[in-house]
Design a protein around this ligand. Structure first.
Ligand SMILES: *Cc1c(COP(=O)(O)O)cnc(C)c1O
Length: 346
């Protein structure tokens, strides 16, 4: 029955998520998941009823955490659904396009491809900052510009002045979507206060990384009310299951936030430990990273990737030459991966 599928879908290679790639091992540092497995209590009553489309308690809790108004928050099945909703709502298939800056997160391209929307790319500069001149020259037909900050897989941050320049450049023409999936690891760097000034800004957030809830599937889009209202037109009627909303509300409560913040501090310390250890090895470049992962260039990235894979340490290989991305795990996991790499190069 594949031949009945849309041509675009027949040709599509699905996102090669860490989960799809698989592997067997006991140290999983390939999907930027949290090593913390926090416990929640579930209330399974009233599941005979549909959920609210946008559960008020959840919206209020996240708005308070993000320091925005509840009208500026949309909750979705992970940030990934936010990406898709933005493209479906703003891009006419076969006519409009999205623009993104590789190397970056793969889902912008895949979602656009699935919907039949053209993709334009303007590579990041060698210092991994935005190439604003080339972006400006490519804006025709572009409705959405995706900027991942901190960027996956490089770990880098975009200069705030450049984001402002991009928002100015695209005013009344396109929406700038800042993907802040990792912003909880460096909250001071959020662009959220720019929402007050720019109606063409949308910010993606998730509970999959710092909140240690990748399996929950809960994300947010922050934007001004006009954009949120557009997205509400295309979202499914009951996108957030009741248990998801209940757990997310609990994670956003006082105790939940305190736990998340202490885990962020611990993971940031582990990242510094891993970076310092790798920096001591010759021939290896560890890029500065602001999320819960590091991008590392090895003399022979593919061989190292395979060697760790075979011993049950699962990392993420990268299209960047000789680069491997390592998620920051527990201190024990960081010690083990560091020990293995140190041995490999001695
Ligand atoms: C993990 C990740 C997401 C997806 O988050 P979900 O909420 O799990 O869908 C989005 N953007 C980037 C850059 C990510 O790394």
């Amino acid at each position: 029955m594949e031949k009945l599928a849309r041509k675009k879908i027949q040709q599509l290679t699905p996102y090669q998520s860490a989960r799809r790639i698989g592997g067997t091992g006991d140290i999983w540092l390939n999907a930027n998941e949290s090593p913390f497995d926090n416990e929640y209590v579930l209330d399974c009553r009233r599941l005979n009823r549909y959920a609210e489309c946008q559960p008020k308690q959840l919206i209020d809790a996240y708005a308070s955490y993000a320091q925005v108004k509840p009208e500026q928050v949309l909750t979705t099945r992970g940030a990934d659904e936010g990406i898709e909703l933005l493209i479906r709502a703003y891009c006419e298939p076969g006519q409009d396009s999205i623009l993104y800056c590789p190397p970056t997160y793969g889902m912008y391209a895949i979602s656009a491809e699935t919907i039949g929307v053209e993709q334009k790319t303007v590579a990041l500069k060698p210092d991994w900052q935005l190439d604003l001149a080339s972006i400006e020259a490519s804006l025709e037909t572009v409705k959405l510009v995706f900027v991942c900050n901190p960027n996956n897989p490089t770990g880098s941050l975009v200069n705030k002045e450049d984001l402002v320049a991009l928002l100015e450049m695209t005013k009344d023409r396109a929406i700038v979507v800042i993907d802040e999936a990792y912003i909880d690891f460096c909250m001071d760097m959020s662009s959220v206060e720019l929402l007050a000034q720019y109606s063409n800004l949308a910010i993606l957030r998730t509970m999959s990384k710092a909140f240690a809830l990748a399996g929950l599937r809960c994300g947010y889009t922050l934007a001004n009310q006009e954009v949120i209202n557009v997205l509400l037109k295309v979202i499914a009627p009951y996108p957030v299951p009741i248990p998801v909303s209940d757990i997310a509300v609990s994670a956003l409560g006082e105790a939940g936030l305190a736990k998340m913040q202490s885990q962020v501090l611990e993971l940031n310390a582990n990242r510094a430990y891993l970076k310092a250890g790798l920096d001591m090895l010759e021939g290896i470049t560890v890029f500065d990273g602001w999320g819960n992962f590091l991008l590392i260039q090895f003399p022979d990235g593919d061989a190292l990737f395979k060697s760790t894979w075979d011993t049950g340490i699962i990392l993420r290989n990268s299209p960047l030459e000789n680069c491997v991305r390592i998620s920051v795990g527990s201190r024990d996991e960081c010690e083990k991966v560091l020990g293995y790499i140190r041995n490999y190069y001695s």
